[in-house]
Design a protein around this ligand. Sequence first.
Ligand SMILES: [Zn+2]
Length: 420
Amino acid sequence: MTYNGKFSEPAPVPPTYDFFPNLNGVVTVENCYYYLAFLERFWTFMDTMSLQEQRHYLARAEVRYEKWIHNHFSPMLVPPLDIAFMWHVHKLSPFRCYEDLVLRLPCKKLFDDPLPLYDLFKNEDLTPNDLKRWKQTFGDDEPYCLTSQNMYSGTYQRPCYRCQQMIELPWPNYYDYRFGANHTRFPHSCVPDDGINFWDVARMKIESDLTNGLVAGTLLNPDGTEKVTPNKMVAKVKPIQVIVPQNEMDRAYERQIQEQLRFLGSDYEYDANELLYAIRTSYQGNPSPFSIDLIQAVARQRKFYFDIMSIHWQRPISYIAAVRRYHDHLALIKKHPNVKAIPTLEIDVAFHTHMMHSRTYRNFTLTQLEKVINHDDDIPESSIKEHLREWQTVWSNQNLRHPSIEHRYRFTVSLFLYIK
Ligand SMILES: [Zn+2]
């Protein structure tokens, strides 16, 4: 599919090889440009569908992304647009993405692979051989390009978190379950008397994770490194089989955890709070295997896209500025670790581009900043103003060494963090 948008031309070309700034080998003018082109391509396609169709498309995309992570090819095919976008929003949560892809599901190689921004920009048809590989892996019922025409064909299939038997539903039924429009129980082998709905599926997801000790949201330290000692509360909590009312999973666990805390004492308090927060944010109402609701995460990116498109992206100067200011942003985070850093839109574009290279991003921030910088696009409007004021003060107090953005500057890792 071709599209004519603001970002359909090739990326800006530097007048000399090393003229453009380059941070960590991946935060480049080209990659920032291709990242914007990717957003534009996705949302332009979404706009061809009704709101209802968009929701169905995303629900199927989420399921397809799960299949993709367990069946990534070597060499990798260019992911279809819907899967690429799900992968992208997963990457925008560096902590949860690491937990899911490296520790919980796991499919470490996919964490190491960057989103192929240039290949997605080129958007070439699959070769007959690659299409054959796709069909062999995903079956004839799973089209490579998902469209509003083919997204109702075939059936939803996913193994049960508890018994591993396949849960199979017509897609329109699944879409209603996924968006909470239907809670009717349907027959399923491990609950033969009552059957299950998707509240049960979410309940069995936490049951399975509590049993194997891999509860999303409890596996990393605040600096993003893996915990050596697991959350102590996870081993104490018993999976709850019957939750009434069904949609209050967090309250049911909260009651049990508070009961346990009375005996376990304050040593367990931190872990108890961490576990409860994890249940609320990663499990409550989320039947997907992921630790974040990727569909909601896509919805949050809609606003980002709208804001990004309202800026005039001047070639190449706006991209150069984005890379530079992102560099400065990281340098200031290092210097002021206790101030909440609020990126501007152009810095955020470079930041997103960096995170599309999850492994590189993780290694870089751990090495340079001694912690993985999490990306929080969900800060409440009420507190953002105060954070912003504080962060702007930090910026204006710095004597940054680029008086003009035309100034030629080439970043390398060794030059990083020149602010002492
Ligand atoms: Zn089952």
